[in-house]
Ligand binder design. Structure first.
Ligand SMILES: NC(=O)c1ccc[n+]([C@@H]2O[C@H](COP(=O)([O-])OP(=O)(O)OC[C@H]3O[C@@H](n4cnc5c(N)ncnc54)[C@H](O)[C@@H]3O)[C@@H](O)[C@H]2O)c1
Length: 327
């Protein structure tokens, strides 16, 4: 595939631009373009690289002569993959590049919830000395239910085992034997709900996982369960979670992702402001290391598609392989 000119439309690490240029691909960086500006610019490029800010809509795609669209990050929520596929445009992302960072934030949320770190710190900063109010509990020997045993889910399991947590989990494409290799006891979801002290989700947002944790599931959970979502908004029903926090059925939640981002719905804000919720603004991949990794991985795949540099041959993040097969 010939890729001569690439537009980088969101701020990605400089490593991305450098690697493309080293491989004789021209790069323009133009950030924060309006939809109209993007539609005007896009016919000049073979490739487009975005993070989350730029929405690569059907209109943008139809105005383009793009050959490839790359997302420096996991998931392609902001790219209309159907429209791109219809126009034979390769869409790729960097699925593993931020797994460790998302895993580490998950573990941070679990331990913060156990020890009331966030409300305790806020109270002290406000000049109070509320030692009794913020007494927590140990996570040693508590049961962590992990829904989704892919890249991030299994990294979380291994780290939380080091804290002495018992890990149980479910994933439709992972066998009990495979799960046992990383010390996770494989259980069906309905067996996980009643025994887990903490539940963390690490699945993609697809029709099968939308509202995976809803009022019915929360009612089956152990009273006082704590829920963590560093995957995608929409996997946990925000109304149901709020109700469970209010009733005490759920005793805490760690949330990094929301139904709408930035949040627009009143229910999302009610959750974020709830005293039992530790909420972060989609920071899962926001580390220096992850940003460099995803920047390098996206540009390496662009170079691999050109087949001009034998050092780069892997295109593991392609979302629509049928397009590549046709080329
Ligand atoms: N907060 C962030 O900034 C951030 C950063 C990176 C990734 N993520 C998100 O984290 C999630 C997990 O990422 P990953 O890299 O581990 O993905 P992955 O593809 O490696 O693993 C996802 C796993 O979920 C499993 N799964 C699918 N449907 C399921 C279901 N109904 N029940 C149980 N398991 C199911 C899949 O079989 C797969 O093994 C994704 O939603 C990703 O977008 C968020």
């Amino acid at each position: 595939m010939e890729i001569n000119k690439v537009l980088v439309a969101d701020a990605v690490d400089q490593a991305c631009v450098d690697l493309l240029k080293e491989n004789k691909i021209d790069v323009d960086c133009k950030f924060k373009l309006t939809k109209e500006q993007l539609i005007k610019e896009i016919p000049n490029y073979d490739g487009l690289i975005v993070r989350s800010d730029t929405k690569v809509t059907k209109e943008v795609i139809q105005a383009s002569k793009l050959k490839v669209i790359g997302r420096a990050g996991a998931g392609v929520d902001n790219i209309d993959v159907d429209a791109a596929t219809k126009q034979s445009i390769v869409v790729l992302n960097t699925p593993g590049g931020n797994a460790i960072s998302a895993c580490e934030l998950t573990c941070t949320l679990i331990t913060s919830l156990a020890r009331n770190v966030v409300p305790g710190a806020a109270s002290l900063k406000a000049g109070r000395w509320d030692r009794k109010l913020f007494s927590g509990h140990e996570i040693y020997c508590k049961v962590l239910g992990i829904v989704g045993l892919g890249r991030i889910g299994r990294e979380v399991a291994v780290r939380m085992q080091a804290w002495g947590m018992k890990t149980v989990g479910f994933d439709p494409i992972v066998s009990a034997d495979d799960a046992a290799k990383f010390n996770v006891k494989f259980l069906e979801l309905d067996k996980i709900w009643p025994i887990a002290d903490y539940i963390t989700v690490h699945v993609p947002l697809i029709p099968e996982t939308r509202n995976l944790i809803d009022a019915k599931v929360l009612a089956q959970c152990k009273k006082g369960v704590k829920i963590v979502n560093v995957a995608r908004g929409g996997i946990i029903d925000e109304h149901a979670l709020f109700q469970a926090l209010e009733s005490g059925q759920c005793n805490g939640a760690g949330l990094d992702v929301y139904e709408q981002e930035p949040p627009t719905e009143e229910i999302t804000w009610k959750l974020i402001k709830h005293p039992k919720v530790v909420a972060t603004p989609h920071l899962g991949a926001s580390t220096t290391e992850a940003q460099v990794r995803v920047a390098v991985e996206v540009s390496e795949q662009f170079v691999a598609l050109t087949k001009t540099n034998p050092s780069f041959t892997e295109t593991l993040g392609i979302i629509n392989p049928s397009v590549v097969a046709k080329k």
